[in-house]
Design a protein around this ligand. Structure first.
Ligand SMILES: [Mg+2]
Length: 176
C-alpha cells in the first residue's frame, strides 16, 4: 500500500485525558470534561488527524457496569464534544481484565493497554500511518502501548488538553 494513502491519527486515552478520571465513571450525568478537551479535539480535526479513542474499561470485567452502559457513556462523551464542534472518529474500548469477576470478560486480552491491540486494530481498520501519528495518555501503560505500536506517546498531566495538544502540534511542525 502507498503510504501517502495512509492517514495520521491522534490516539487519545479517555479517562484522565478527555474526561476527568473519577474511577470507573459510566453514568452520563457524571461526565466531567477535562479543560480544553473539545478545543483540543477540534484542533486535531482541523489539522487532519483521525481522532481515535483507545480506552481500557475493566469496570465491565469487574462487574461495575455493563458493556452497553460503557458504550452509552462513550456515545454521550462523543455527543458532548460534538456540541462544541469536536469530532471523535472512532472509539475502541477494552472491557477485559485478567482478574474480572464477569466470566465473559475475564481475559488477559491483547487489547488491554499496555498491550497495543486497540491501536494496531485501528491502524488497520482506518488505514492510519503510525509514523505520522501520536498518542496522548495519562499513564505509563498508555506510553507502553504507544511504543509497542510504534506511535509517539505524550504523557498528559493536566491541566488543559488544548494547550498540551497545541504544544505537540507545534513541535511536530517545526521538526519537519
Ligand atoms: Mg487514563
Amino acid at each position: 500500500m502507498n503510504d501517502a494513502a495512509l492517514r495520521p491519527a491522534a490516539f487519545l486515552d479517555r479517562d484522565g485525558v478527555l474526561n476527568v478520571d473519577d474511577d470507573y465513571v459510566f453514568r452520563p450525568e457524571a461526565l466531567r470534561l477535562i479543560p480544553g478537551a473539545a478545543a483540543a479535539v477540534r484542533r486535531m480535526n482541523e489539522a487532519g488527524f483521525v481522532t481515535v479513542v483507545v480506552t481500557n474499561q475493566s469496570g465491565v470485567a469487574r462487574g461495575y457496569y455493563s458493556e452497553d452502559e460503557m458504550h452509552a457513556f462513550n456515545a454521550y462523551l462523543a455527543e458532548t464534544l460534538a456540541r462544541d464542534g469536536a469530532r471523535l472518529d472512532a472509539i475502541y474500548a477494552c472491557p477485559f481484565h485478567p482478574d474480572g469477576i464477569v466470566e465473559r470478560y475475564r481475559a488477559d486480552h491483547s487489547d488491554r493497554k499496555p498491550k497495543p491491540g486497540m491501536i494496531l486494530r485501528a491502524i488497520a481498520d482506518l488505514r492510519l500511518d503510525p509514523a505520522r501519528s501520536f498518542l496522548v495518555g495519562d499513564k505509563e501503560s498508555d506510553m507502553q502501548a504507544a511504543r509497542a505500536a510504534h506511535v509517539d506517546g505524550f504523557l498528559f498531566e493536566g491541566p488543559d488538553l488544548a494547550t498540551f495538544v497545541e504544544g505537540i502540534l507545534t513541535a511536530r511542525a517545526t521538526r519537519r
